[in-house]
Design a protein around this ligand. Sequence first.
Ligand code: CP
Length: 310
Amino acid sequence: HRHLTGIAGLQPHEIMFLLDEAEQWVDANRTRAKSDHRLDGLTQINAFFENSTRTLLSFEIAGKRLGADVVNMHAAQSSVKKGETLIDTAMTLNAMRADVIVIRHGSSGAVQLIADKVNCPVLNAGDGWHEHPTQALLDALTIRRRRGSIAGQRVVICGDILHSRVARSNILALTALAAEVRVVAPSTLMPAAVEQMAVTPFHDFDTALDGADVVMMLRLQNERMSGAFIPSTREYHLRYGLTPERLERAKPDALVMHPGPMNRGVEIVSSVADHPERSAVTEQVEMGVAVRMACLDVLTRGERGVEGWA
Ligand code: CP
């Protein structure tokens, strides 16, 4: 089975193929003109060991719009709470004859561990600090639709780069598609491995914003920090918060993005987050459904005897 555990395993043409596949679902979702049954009879299990609003709901909606029988496993209500191991949980899901499994987990590598044990495609819905591939795909689709292309776009990603699977997957996807990526973080939240990434690191947000086409803001992942690393939100906002004044340094038509959940008044102020022309935050959510439909379709083609992906 081919899994989607990260952007790292994908070739640039495969990323573009998934974006092209997602395009067909954008209008269909808007008009609800077309109902599709290509996943009829397939069972999709969404196993979420970490909280989610956008990813869980959009994977559920995406599966249902394609005709799948979708069931959700919330770890808080599962036997994980009784001490069942991840492998035993995976074998249980497998024994129920799932045709596709979508997993979110707090530990990096947990999704790969499950993918190695089950007999169906596994899609990573976010694992620890590692990757969140469908988030990067929906962000790339949003950028391509709003800016006309990804290649050559100056994308500034600002925030808690160290703990962010969204940043990691976006860096991989956007650099693979020839965007110019700048990452901005205080030194304590910048990964040591940044030198090995094809990005330019900045500590000063104002400098990094110069001529930006896209400004992608991330929240502080307090749940993944040890106490020593947590900056005060007031100080963080002063140095790294996106305000209308700061946004003026970017191109006049620069796009503002945030994967959510937002901490308003910390990394972004409401007038920017809700800006009718500049903000793509709700469009990102909309693209999430289309991208997840494409991923579910493409990854299950083998199960359905349909020609696989590009
Ligand atoms: N962007 C994102 O992954 O949001 P959720 O945690 O709400 O799924």
